[in-house]
Ligand binder design. Structure first.
Ligand code: TEU
Ligand code: CA
Length: 552
C-alpha cells in the first residue's frame, strides 16, 4: 500500500457561512476562518476542506457557482483567500477546495450565453425541445423550460443549477483550466461535488419509473466518466502534489473501485453514503429507527471491500447531514456517546473527516417553525411530500427536524455570549439555543471534554501508523449493541470496542490484554474489565515490542 500525506492527514470541513463572522453582517467569512486557524492548530487537524466560497447567487449556499475564479463578496475577496491559503500553510495545514462542476449557476456567463444560443456556448448544457422525465435530487422535475432558448434544460439539483454537458470536450477543458487556476494559487486538492453523476448517457433518454431520482440509470457511474477523470488527472492534477476526494451518491464497492483501483488515476478516495442510511430508508426523508447493526454493517462492508484495493473516507457528518450525536448517540449520555462515536469511526482504515462543531458534540437544530429553516432542499421536500404523499404539516415538521440540512448548518458555537460568539449581528440562520451548554470555550476549559478527546484521537493517529494503515477485522459481528474490531500492522495490534447502548455490556473478546496498553477510553474508571458502561469505548494497543517479549 502506498503511503502518503493525504492518507495520514486529518481533515476538518468548514462550512464558511456558519463558521465565524468577522464583520457583523451575520454571515461567516474568510477573515473569520483566518482568525480561527490557531483553534484548528490546537485541535491538530492537518487539512481543511472548505465548502464553496466562489461567486454565487446562493440559491444552494454556494453550490451554485456563477464565477469559478472569484470569491463571493459576502465571504471576502480573492486576496483574503490567498491570505487564508498562506496562513494555513504557515500553520502546516493544507487546503482542499470544493469543486462543483456537475452544474453551474444559471447566472454563470456560460449559461447566459448558452440560453442565447451563442455558438461557442450552445452545447455547454443539456437542452432539448421536449420535456424529459428525470427528477431532481431536491424533489420535482429535473427539466425546466427556458423562454429565451425556447427549450428545456437539465438540472439535477435546483432550477438555478443547470447541469454542465461533460460530453462536450470544451466543458472538460474549462474544468481543467479551473483546477489549474486553483492549484497554481496553492490549493492542495479538491472535494469533487457529486462527481459520479457528471457523465450522462447520450441523448439523455427518459428514465424508468421510480420514486426516487427517475433517470438515474442514465447518469450514475456512467462508463464515460472514466476517461474524463483520467484526462483531468493526466493533464492537470498529476502535475501537482494534491489529492481528490469524490462525493459519490448511491455508490457500491465495485463502482467505487472502478474509480480508485484502475491502472490510471481517477479519484484518490470517495465519500460513500451507505452508513448514512442507518436510520432511514434509502434517503433521510424516510426515517426509520436507528439500529447500531445498520451502522456497523455498511461500515464494515466498506472496510473489508476496499482493503488493499482502495482507500476509505471516515466520516459521520457533513453540511448535508443531521448531527451524528443526535442520530446515533444519546442526549442523556451526550459526552460519552459523542466520544464513543468518534472512537468507532476514526480508528478504522481511511482518511478521517470531521465537520465543524462535531468536535464539541453539536446537536440538531430542532427548530419548530418551518420559517426558521433556510435550506432549499428542506423547503422543496416539504412542499413535495405534503403534496404527493400527502403528509400533514405536523408529520412533515417531524421529518424536517430529523432530516434538514440546516441541522448541520446552524452557526458554530464558540462561547456562551450572545449568538454563541459567531457574530455581533443577526446570524443568517438561528443559533441553536443549546449554545449555553455546548460551546468551544467550555470545551477548551474542560480537560475531559469532547474537544480534548478528538484532540487525543488526532494525536494518536499521528503517533501510530497502525491506526492509519493497519488491516481491519470485525469481532463479534452479530452483537447488536457492541461494535468491536481489530487492526493489525507489522506485529502490532489494536482492539477497538464500543458500546452503543445506555446499558452495561458484557464483552468476551480474545486479546492479549496483559501485554497491551489501554490507549484511549471515554471512561476513567474500569471497575470490571469485562463490562463496558453506557456508551463506553476502549482502544487497546499491543505494540510490536510487547509482542516479541510475549513470544519468549
Ligand atoms: O450534495 C449532493 C447530494 O447528493 C445531496 O443533494 C444530497 O442528496 C442531499 O444534500 C442530502 O440532503 C452535494 C452538496 O454536498 C450539496 O450541498 C449540494 O446541494 C449538492 O451537491 C448540489 O451541488
Ligand atoms: Ca461576515
Amino acid at each position: 500500500m502506498k503511503k502518503c500525506w493525504y492518507k495520514e492527514g486529518f481533515v476538518y470541513q468548514i462550512y464558511p457561512r456558519s463558521f465565524q463572522d468577522s464583520n457583523g453582517d451575520g454571515v461567516g467569512d474568510i477573515q473569520g476562518i483566518i482568525s480561527k486557524i490557531p483553534y484548528l492548530s490546537q485541535l491538530g487537524v492537518s487539512i481543511v476542506w472548505l465548502s464553496p466560497v466562489y461567486r454565487s447567487p446562493n440559491d444552494d449556499n454556494g453550490y451554485d457557482i456563477s464565477d469559478y475564479r472569484d470569491v463571493l463578496p459576502e465571504f471576502g475577496t480573492l486576496d483574503d483567500l490567498k491570505t487564508l491559503i498562506a496562513k494555513l500553510h504557515e500553520a502546516k495545514i493544507k487546503l482542499v477546495m470544493d469543486l462543483v462542476v456537475n452544474h453551474t449557476s444559471d447566472e454563470h456567463e456560460w449559461f447566459k450565453a448558452s440560453a442565447k444560443n451563442d455558438p461557442k456556448y450552445a452545447d455547454y448544457y443539456y437542452w432539448q425541445p421536449k420535456k424529459g422525465n428525470w427528477t431532481s435530487f431536491f424533489g420535482g422535475d429535473a427539466w425546466t423550460w427556458n423562454e429565451e432558448r425556447q427549450a428545456y434544460y437539465l438540472h439535477l439539483f435546483s432550477k438555478k443549477q443547470p447541469d454542465l454537458n461533460w460530453n462536450n470536450p470544451a466543458v472538460r477543458e474549462e474544468v481543467k483550466a479551473i483546477c489549474k487556476y486553483w492549484l497554481d494559487l496553492g490549493v492542495d486538492g479538491f472535494r469533487c461535488d457529486v462527481i459520479n453523476i457528471i457523465a450522462k448517457a447520450d441523448g439523455t433518454p427518459n428514465g424508468k419509473f421510480t420514486m426516487i431520482l427517475r433517470g438515474k440509470e442514465h447518469y450514475l457511474n456512467n462508463p464515460k466518466i472514466h476517461p474524463y477523470l483520467q484526462a483531468l488527472n493526466e493533464d492537470v492534477l498529476a502535475k501537482y502534489d494534491c489529492f481528490t476526494v469524490g462525493e459519490t451518491a448511491f455508490i457500491d464497492i465495485p463502482s467505487a473501485l472502478s474509480y480508485m483501483a484502475g491502472e490510471k488515476r481517477e479519484l484518490d478516495m470517495l465519500f460513500q453514503f451507505d452508513h448514512m442510511n442507518a436510520d432511514c430508508h434509502l434517503v433521510k426523508w424516510f426515517p426509520k429507527k436507528f439500529k447500531p447493526l445498520n451502522l456497523k454493517k455498511p461500515l464494515s462492508k466498506w472496510q473489508n471491500g476496499l482493503q488493499g484495493k482502495g482507500w476509505n473516507t471516515l466520516y459521520l457528518e457533513n453540511h448535508d447531514q443531521p448531527r451524528s450525536v443526535s442520530r446515533f448517540g444519546s442526549d442523556a449520555y451526550h459526552k460519552a456517546s459523542a466520544k464513543m462515536l468518534a472512537t468507532m469511526i476514526y480508528f478504522q482504515q481511511g482518511t478521517p473527516f470531521v465537520y465543524q462543531g462535531q468536535e464539541i458534540g453539536m446537536k440538531n437544530a430542532n427548530f419548530d417553525n418551518l420559517a426558521d429553516y433556510q435550506d432549499i432542499e428542506t423547503h422543496n421536500m416539504y412542499k413535495m411530500m405534503r403534496k404527493l404523499l400527502p403528509l400533514t404539516h405536523h408529520a412533515m415538521m417531524k421529518i424536517v427536524k430529523f432530516a434538514s440540512r440546516d441541522n448541520a448548518r446552524t452557526p458554530m458555537q464558540w462561547n456562551n455570549s450572545n449568538q454563541a460568539g459567531f457574530t455581533s449581528g443577526t446570524p443568517w440562520l438561528k443559533v441553536n439555543p443549546n449554545y449555553q451548554s455546548i460551546n468551544v470555550a467550555d470545551n477548551l476549559d474542560d480537560q475531559d471534554s469532547i474537544f480534548h478527546y478528538y484532540q487525543k484521537i488526532i494525536e494518536l493517529r499521528k503517533q501510530h501508523e497502525i491506526i492509519v494503515y493497519g488491516n481491519y477485522q470485525d469481532i463479534n459481528f452479530k452483537n447488536k449493541r457492541l461494535y468491536a474490531y481489530k487492526r493489525e500492522y507489522e506485529n502490532e495490534q489494536l482492539l477497538v470496542i464500543c458500546n452503543f447502548s445506555d446499558k452495561n455490556c458484557l464483552f468476551n473478546i480474545d486479546f492479549d490484554y496483559d501485554n497491551s496498553e489501554l490507549l484511549l477510553s471515554n471512561y476513567h474508571e474500569h471497575e470490571d474489565m469485562n463490562i463496558l458502561k453506557a456508551y463506553e469505548a476502549r482502544v487497546y494497543w499491543k505494540s510490536a515490542k510487547t509482542n516479541k517479549t510475549s513470544k519468549k
